[in-house]
Design a protein around this ligand. Structure first.
Ligand code: TXA
Ligand code: MG
Length: 331
């Protein structure tokens, strides 16, 4: 079990940065979800992080960096559109895929020529990244801090539930409270001729247009389910049913204007799209803690963040065997 830390000062963050530098794993909050961090320069540390997650090693991982100046270390041939996006939305819930420099090892990129970079908008994460940089660190590789295929954690307690038994006392979980956004970052592929949204998130197609002048599809919401991988994603143990009529004994996640029928266990009733994103994963987790067999989810309507929420709901409801990578949507 990892050491959980909930009181912070510069010296505490320095110690956590030292742990990362020594090859230990540190889970930290971001504005989206909690990540499980490893030194991005260390093949050994990243390999252990994959093991803790039970994640296939061919999956690439996002490198979190402290500031804009760090982009050049990892990436080359950075298009002007990408620079505009970084300036406008970093620190923030956006990951850019860029052409890698050789320092971005195959163990980070899944042996592809692209590296994923992000500056998160969370003070603890930024403090940790600064201290890590002061110790000579170049970036923190961090996927969401859940077991492969499971629901991403939005609290330190959820990290502990997901990964606690696989972590050692030298590893740390930094408790920074609940994540403000609640769904993972928007992933934008900037490595090819045209920008592409590979995973929708809080940085919407409209916001990308404002920054770059380019109109993108909000991501095709069905296209990403391609057979070939071995698990659904963002999935609780309960069976997820999308839309339809609630039945007694089921859990229900829906906007607050939808009433709770008798016998139905209401897991969340968000009043806004932002709140929906913030509570979705903890509501899915609650369904497991209550040993529910079925959870019905009525997705929100609308664009922007609602697109990201529908994407995650559809994936949570996908059947085992559906593709779970956001990589290379098929055009
Ligand atoms: O909000 C987030 O992005 C969170 C927080 C912790 O930053 N991280 C996160 O990481 O969601 P993860 O590993 O659970 O999901 C990252 C996705 C994966 O689907 C992966 O395939 C894709 O990003 N990805 C990362 N690096 C990539 C690369 N070099 N090429 C293609 N896809 C990449
Ligand atoms: Mg993940």
């Amino acid at each position: 079990m990892a050491t959980i830390i909930s009181q912070f000062s510069l010296s505490v963050l320095r110690q956590s940065a030292g742990k990362l530098k020594a090859g230990d794993l540190v889970s930290f909050p971001t504005e989206t979800v909690y990540g499980i961090g490893a030194d991005a320069m260390s093949n050994v540390a990243v390999a252990r992080m994959y093991k803790v997650k039970n994640r296939p090693t061919s999956h690439p991982v996002i490198v979190h960096i402290a500031e804009l100046n760090d982009v050049d270390y990892w990436a080359k041939e950075i298009p002007e559109n990408a620079v505009n996006l970084m300036r406008d939305y970093w620190p923030g819930p956006m990951t850019l895929l860029l052409r890698r420099r050789k320092v971005a090892g195959d163990f980070l990129t899944g042996a592809q020529e692209i590296v994923g970079l992000r500056i998160p908008a969370n003070n603890l994460a930024l403090g940790l990244l600064d201290e890590f940089k002061a110790l000579g660190g170049k970036g923190i590789a961090a996927p969401s801090a859940n077991r492969y295929g499971a629901v991403s954690p939005t609290t330190a307690e959820a990290v502990s539930q997901e990964l606690g038994e696989f972590l050692s006392p030298n590893d740390q979980i930094l408790d920074g409270g609940a994540c403000l956004v609640g769904v993972e970052s928007t992933i934008i592929d900037c490595s090819g001729e045209n920008l592409k949204i590979l995973r929708p998130g809080a940085i919407s197609a409209e916001m990308i247009e404002e920054s770059t002048g380019i109109v993108l599809a909000e991501v095709s919401e069905t296209k990403i389910r391609v057979s070939g991988s071995d698990k659904q994603h963002y999935a609780p143990k309960a069976k997820v049913i999308v839309d339809g009529q609630s039945r007694s004994g089921e859990g229900l996640i829906a906007m607050s204007d939808i009433a709770t029928p008798e016998g139905v266990i209401r897991l969340a009733e968000p009043k806004s799209i932002e709140e929906y994103a913030r509570v979705l994963y903890s509501a899915l987790r609650m369904s497991d803690n209550q040993n529910l067999e079925k959870v019905r989810i009525i997705p929100p309507t609308g664009q922007g963040l609602a697109v990201a929420i529908r994407d995650r709901i559809n994936r949570a409801g996908a059947l085992p065997g559906d593709q779970d990578l956001y990589l290379q949507s098929e055009d």
